[in-house]
Design a protein around this ligand. Structure first.
Ligand code: HEM
Length: 199
C-alpha cells in the first residue's frame, strides 16, 4: 500500500463528534438505545468516512460472465476483475482532496449526485454485503438479515461508548501508519491509542 503524506483529523471534527454525543446522552453513562443511535448522524458520517479511507475489505474480485468494454478495451468473459475500494475511494473526481478526513462528504446534499458505485465499502450488486429493505424492523431481524446495517449499528455503539468516556489520540501519525491489504485491511504493527478520561 502507498505511503502518503496527509492531514490529521481536525480538532473541529473531534469536537463536533463529542458535541453530538453530549446532545444525545448528556453526561449520563446509560446504554445507547436504537433511538439514540438514529440521532448519531455525525458519528455515522465519521464511520462512513473512516470506511472510505480504510475500507475493511480493501479489494475483492469478480469473474466476468460476458464481454464488457472499459474505456475502448474489450474485456472477454472469464477474465477476473479486481475491484479495489481502497483506490476507488481516493478518486478526486468523486472525493476532492481525497486524503482529507471530512465526514460532511456524507451529508445528503453532498452525496446526492455522487455515482452510486463511487463508494462501495460493502461492495455492490447481487453479492454485496448482506442488506435488506426492512432495516427499520426489530433488532432480531437486523441480526438475522443484515450485515451492513448491523455493522454500522455495532460500530456506532462501540465508538459512542468509548468517546463518551474518553478523548482518544493516536500515538502513530497517519502518514506513519503502515497498512496491509490482506483479506481485510489492517495496520501492520497495530495502532496504539492514548485514552484521556473525560472529566
Ligand atoms: C464494517 C463491516 C463490514 C464490511 C466493511 C463488510 C464488507 C463486505 C464486502 C466488501 C463484501 C463482498 C465481498 C466480496 O464480494 O468478495 C461482504 C460480503 C458479505 N458480508 Fe460483509 N461486511 C461487514 C460486516 C458484515 C457483517 C456484520 C455481516 C453479518 C452479520 C456480514 C455478512 C456478509 C455476507 C454473508 C457476505 C457475502 C454475501 C454474498 O456473497 O452474497 N458482513 N461484506
Amino acid at each position: 500500500m502507498p505511503k502518503f503524506s496527509t492531514l490529521e483529523t481536525s480538532m473541529y471534527t473531534k469536537q463536533r463528534a463529542y458535541e453530538e454525543l453530549l446532545e444525545v446522552f448528556g453526561t449520563s453513562d446509560r446504554p445507547a438505545t436504537m433511538a439514540d443511535l438514529r440521532q448519531l448522524k455525525y458519528t455515522e458520517n465519521c464511520i462512513k468516512e473512516a470506511l472510505r479511507l480504510y475500507p475493511s475489505v480493501p479489494m475483492f474480485a469478480r469473474e466476468l460472465k460476458e464481454e464488457i468494454t472499459v474505456e475502448n478495451y474489450k474485456v472477454p468473459p472469464g477474465t477476473t476483475l479486481v475491484i479495489i475500494p481502497y483506490c476507488l475511494h481516493r478518486d478526486p473526481k468523486h472525493f476532492p482532496k481525497p486524503e482529507v478526513f471530512d465526514p460532511d462528504r456524507f451529508l445528503p446534499e453532498n452525496c446526492k449526485n455522487r455515482h452510486p458505485y463511487a463508494y462501495i465499502p460493502f461492495s455492490a450488486g447481487p453479492r454485496n454485503c448482506i442488506d435488506s429493505p426492512y432495516s427499520n424492523m426489530c433488532l432480531s431481524l437486523i441480526l438475522v438479515n443484515l450485515g451492513q446495517k448491523f455493522a454500522l449499528i455495532e460500530e456506532k455503539i462501540v465508538v459512542s461508548n468509548i468517546l463518551r468516556k474518553f478523548r482518544v489520540e493516536s500515538v502513530v501519525r497517519r502518514e506513519d501508519l503502515r497498512i496491509l491489504g490482506e483479506l481485510v485491511l489492517r495496520p501492520e504493527n497495530g495502532n496504539m491509542l492514548k485514552l484521556f478520561p473525560r472529566s
